[in-house]
Design a binder for this molecule. Structure first.
Ligand SMILES: [Zn+2]
Length: 307
């Protein structure tokens, strides 16, 4: 695991909650900023991590790389805990947040939870923001999410990539779930990352890494596979959404999970676009069997249990 600069603290979470990156100045006395806030069911842990790291001092700024539920699900709790907190979001969904449009914000179509929060300013691509001891460039990074941004600190060559690049791949390409094409944008965001030439990447999930070249190569190979066979991406996306729900609930009667999938819009569109060769229920069951086979879930009587 690469060393991060002084004043940069990574809370590596898991897959239900995105990572959180705490940025303070070198003495830890200036304004403190947090990038991304995790999933709402982990909000108490997010608050505890921030509180402990800041030793009771207030958090001043909160920024989101994008507004998926696992990246901003702790926003509301942080805003409540720190009344003077200034929250900045990427500009693309400003209106959707103002109106709290759960469809546009993906919480309704994914069947995921996200408590309502507000924002104070926008992270405009092209802008530079001073956070902690760094001066961060904001870059648009569409693909996984059309409105996502990256944060890049050029003197440290440190990139906060969100879900545009992981050590092994990248996040589900959400626009593709609605039938919009976005694989080209994923590729363009990988090209952007290559041009920025970061020495270290803090991904949205998983540990920080410094073997950026091989990670870009893996991501491009994965992308090529999806471009060649979009059904593969659709299957992957459906399994990710199902596993995410299981991560959230930890254990649920199998019939209930299948019923949840049946009424969740993204499962309906994925099925209708790619998997009509099997009825919805049989397809849902096949997804569960896949999770069992890969060890991502286990059956305990009528329950499905997260693994
Ligand atoms: Zn995401």
């Amino acid at each position: 695991m690469p060393c991060l600069p002084a004043g940069v603290v990574l809370f590596e979470r898991g897959w239900l909650s995105s990572n959180n990156l705490l940025l303070t100045d070198l003495r830890g006395t200036g304004p403190a900023a947090l990038v991304d806030s995790g999933y709402c069911t982990h909000a108490a842990q997010t608050l505890a991590l921030v509180d402990q790291a800041l030793d009771g001092a207030p958090l001043d700024r909160l920024l989101n790389t994008h507004l998926h539920s696992d990246h901003c699900g702790g926003n509301a709790a942080l805003q409540q805990r720190y009344p003077a907190l200034q929250t900045a979001i990427p500009p693309g969904q400003a209106q959707a947040v103002r109106d709290w449009d759960a469809h546009a914000l993906s919480y309704a179509p994914t069947g995921q939870l996200c408590p309502r929060f507000h924002f104070d300013s926008l992270l405009q691509p092209g802008q530079e923001v001073a956070l902690g001891a760094g001066h961060w460039q904001v870059h648009a990074a569409p693909g996984h999410d059309p409105h996502a941004v990256l944060l890049f600190e050029p003197s440290w060559r440190l990139l906060v990539a969100g879900d545009a690049l992981w050590h092994n791949g990248f996040g589900v390409v959400f626009p593709e779930l609605e039938g919009a094409s976005a694989f080209a944008e994923v590729g363009a965001s990988l090209d952007l990352i290559e041009r920025l030439a970061p020495a270290t990447v803090v991904p949205g999930h998983g540990g920080a890494f410094d073997d950026v070249g091989p990670a870009l190569e893996r991501a491009r190979r994965r992308l090529d596979g999806f471009v060649a066979a979009p059904r593969k991406h659709a299957l992957y996306a459906a399994k990710v959404l199902l596993k995410f729900k299981l991560l959230e609930l930890q254990s649920i009667p199998e019939a209930e999970l299948l019923a949840w999938a049946r009424r969740t819009p993204y499962f309906q569109t994925l099925h209708a676009r790619h998997f009509t060769d099997a009825p919805m229920d049989a397809w849902g069951l096949a997804l569960v069997e896949d999770l069992l086979r890969s060890g991502a879930a286990a059956r305990e009587g009528t329950l499905l249990v997260n693994r």
